[in-house]
Design a binder for this molecule. Structure first.
Ligand SMILES: *Cc1c(COP(=O)(O)O)cnc(C)c1O
Length: 360
């Protein structure tokens, strides 16, 4: 068996300890004589898995008691519709468009009401975060929406927008659990787990209780109402059970690592190694405004598409996988999520130095 350094943006690298534990428990979970995949979601064993996962997540993120934690299907993209359907009481919402994911969310919300694009960085291919200190927030906006870390472009909000008292909704898919957050500043924080937490197909929604109501847009399916899942503690129907189990293991791993303060420190150190190199390199260049750089997704280019392709190919041969940039932007992107060890980043930088030397 040999593992590669996997720089994929998602589905992405998971902690090796977690994968090994899951493998060891595959045929017989904790003396039940069956895999978690084969188990009733109403069983005692699964009840403990989901409850422990929620408890650990609450501890990690310091989630206040007036927030519900929901484990839902449909990935992050399902939330693009579910959020307006549940929150658009006035049928007005303000969107800050800082990348493809925010743009998709904004377009989806436009189906259900008046979705205002109040700021955007599309004019410069989403390479920066606009100033959000004094935006024209709509007086009757039901919420203000952001994508906090832009997976494709590699930018991150370092300060949250001034929503002028309106509820903030944030897609944190690609920065979930990468650093501490003050949950109380948000109405909803949600993330697809396949970037930084677990296998694809599940989204975790952390939602303030007063936003969970029966007053949803007409025609909203039962499965797309927050209340359905909140009332049933995410067990209204069969939940993504194996996914919850793996996420639970990742939460334990994060706690053992020292929690989110510690992860932030490690993530900053890792990102610095790569960004420092990009800043001094004569061949490779980072593509986003320095102040807005993401700790998780690091896009870079040589400025020559053929040389980019050569780099991606040779990197792959050397055991560095998935460095090709998103199809919409080209170049390269190294996603360095929680589970990417420092060693992986250091070796990548060594490889980049060698490549630069050979391609002067
Ligand atoms: C990947 C991603 C999504 C889409 O996730 P799916 O689970 O595939 O729907 C949405 N938002 C962000 C920020 C992402 O990185």
């Amino acid at each position: 068996m040999s593992r590669v350094y996997n720089f994929s943006a998602g589905p992405a690298v998971l902690p090796e300890e977690v994968l090994k534990e899951a493998a060891a428990e595959m045929l017989d979970y904790n003396g039940t004589g069956m895999s978690v995949m084969e188990m009733s979601h109403r069983s005692k064993a699964f009840e403990e898995i989901i409850q422990t996962a929620e408890k650990d997540l609450r501890e990690l993120m310091n989630i206040p008691d007036n927030y519900k934690v929901l484990f839902l299907q449909g990935g992050a993209s399902q939330q693009f519709a579910m959020i307006p359907m549940n929150l658009m009481k006035n049928k007005v919402a303000d969107y800050i468009v800082t990348g493809q994911w925010a743009k998709k969310a904004w377009q989806e919300a436009s189906k259900y009401g008046k979705a205002n694009k109040i700021a955007s960085s599309e004019d410069e291919t989403f390479s920066y975060i606009p100033d959000c200190s004094d935006l024209p927030i709509s007086e009757d906006a039901d919420y203000v929406y952001i994508c906090e870390n832009n997976t494709i472009y590699g930018t991150k909000f370092k300060t949250l927008p001034n929503t002028k008292g309106k509820t903030l909704v944030a897609d944190v898919s690609s920065c979930f659990l990468s650093e501490p957050v003050d949950v109380s500043k948000y109405g909803i924080i949600y993330g697809g787990v396949q970037k930084n937490v677990g296998p694809a197909g599940m989204v975790i929604v952390i939602i303030r209780e007063d936003l969970i109501t029966e007053d949803v847009l007409e025609g909203t399916p039962t499965m797309l109402q927050f209340k359905t899942h909140a009332d049933a503690d995410s067990l209204y129907n069969t939940p993504p059970a194996y996914n919850i189990y793996i996420c639970g293991k990742v939460f334990k791993w994060l706690k053992n690592m020292g929690g989110l303060e510690k992860m932030k420190e490690l993530n900053e150190k890792k990102a610095k190694v790569l960004y420092d190199f990009l800043d001094e390199s004569k061949l490779f260049k980072g593509t986003v405004r320095k102040e807005d750089r993401s700790l998780m997704n690091v896009p870079f280019v040589t400025g020559d598409a053929d040389l980019d392709a050569k780099f991606v190919k040779e990197a792959k041969e050397a055991g560095f996988e998935n460095l090709k940039g998103h199809r919409s932007v080209g170049g390269m992107r190294a996603s360095i999520y929680n589970a990417m060890p420092m060693e992986g980043v250091e070796k990548l930088v060594e490889f980049m130095k060698k490549f630069e030397e050979e391609n002067k």
